[in-house]
Design a protein around this ligand. Structure first.
Ligand code: GLY
Length: 367
């Protein structure tokens, strides 16, 4: 277990311990006990993950002396709602959950965000343990303390920063991941490499996630987590450098929304968004065609989409979705561009005409 303590003075970065490994779910309870988590453990998961890993999780907790309870909910983005949170509050209240108890989020991004939000708010906050079961959650959403639910007006509009006491990252979970989901999560891995780690990007240019040994997967995921932890420590509440993690997400989120979350998985939309952000960077003279080509080729190699289907959403609809998402958040449309590998910048002055041109280009059938 690696302890990565945050700045003591800031409650948003209360120490999160990280445990990485291959086949370490069985040590979940021991890791929790070692951190002094003494109450009951309430596992929140989705039906698919619960069926596969619920028993092993409960056994791991019981072996360490916990009296665990488990709730499996229907998965999917719609679970991340006020109604979804209310059902979990009722369950915890029925079970007489107390302040000293812990919520264990066992699943992908939806479960981590929802269970995390419930942990942040039930009894004004109880301990949270994240056990992310897909790549996307392991390298991104389970790291850094963001929790959230959606409103009809937009995604993640209600939430809290509530860092987990422990995040347990076990690559053995990835064995049962559908290939499409594995690839989708890999978009966040490539994003991290483009943002901060040119040698990692070079390594990934010739590697596909499903072709890697578990040991190599673990190395790549660990490296991405270390980058994320570094950024979150610098900027826990996203006032500065943490915004860089949104590379590819301005267009990605807008494509997801314009397609009503039906067409692309999150990472797939991010892959299209990475291609779009690189193209905006190229058209502003920040990067050359050679680098833009390498980034697109690496996404294609991993089976990720690099253009969006304009029969599902037009460029105008995507632009409108980007603008309305920001409006809902009361924020300005912000772009993360790149000047090279490992050299990102945050800008707010990208003209809508340029964005629309790039969205036109991005919606053409890929050559
Ligand atoms: N997913 C971006 C962040 O955690 O800041």
């Amino acid at each position: 277990m690696i302890a990565l303590a945050g700045t003591d003075a800031d409650t948003h970065t209360a120490a999160t311990a990280l445990a990485f490994g291959d086949g370490i779910l069985g040590a979940l309870g021991q890791n929790m006990a070692a951190l002094g988590l003494a109450g009951r453990a309430f596992v929140i998961t989705d039906e698919r993950v619960g069926e596969r890993y619920g028993d092993a999780t409960m056994a791991a907790l019981e072996r360490a002396g916990y009296r665990p309870a488990l709730r499996a909910i229907a998965g999917g983005e719609t679970a991340k709602s006020l109604a979804g949170a209310a059902k979990l509050y009722s369950w915890l209240a029925d079970e007489r959950a107390e302040r000293r108890d812990t919520i264990v989020a066992l699943g992908g991004g939806v479960i981590g965000d929802l269970a995390g939000f419930v942990a942040a708010t039930y009894l004004r906050g109880i301990a949270l343990v994240q056990v992310p079961t897909n790549v996307l959650a392991q390298v991104d959403s389970a790291i850094g303390g963001k929790t959230a639910i959606n409103l009809p007006h937009g995604k993640n509009l209600v939430g809290a920063f509530h860092p987990a006491r422990l995040t347990l990252i076990d690559v053995a979970f990835l064995d049962s991941l559908p290939l499409r989901e594995l690839r989708s999560g890999w978009a966040e891995v490539l994003k991290t490499a483009i943002l901060f780690d040119p040698p990692l990007f070079e390594l990934l240019e010739t590697a596909q996630p499903h072709g890697l040994e578990r040991r190599q997967l673990l190395d790549v995921i660990t490296r991405c987590v270390q980058w994320k932890v570094k950024i979150v420590k610098e900027d826990p509440t996203e006032k500065g450098p943490r915004m860089l993690l949104n590379l590819g997400h301005t267009i990605g989120h807008a494509i997801e929304a314009a397609c009503r979350y039906e067409t692309y998985l999150h990472g797939e939309a991010v892959a299209i968004g990475l291609t779009g952000a690189t193209e905006i960077s190229r058209r502003r003279g920040l990067v050359d065609q050679a680098l833009a080509g390498r980034i697109e080729a690496s996404l294609r190699l991993d089976g990720l989409p690099v253009r969006f289907d304009r029969t599902k959403a037009t460029p105008e609809q995507v632009l409108a979705a980007a603008a309305s998402d920001k409006k809902a958040q009361g924020a300005r449309l912000r772009w993360i561009l790149i000047r090279g590998l490992g050299d990102p910048e945050i800008v707010t002055d990208v003209p809508p005409e340029l964005v629309l041109d790039v969205l036109e280009w991005l919606s053409e059938p890929a050559a």
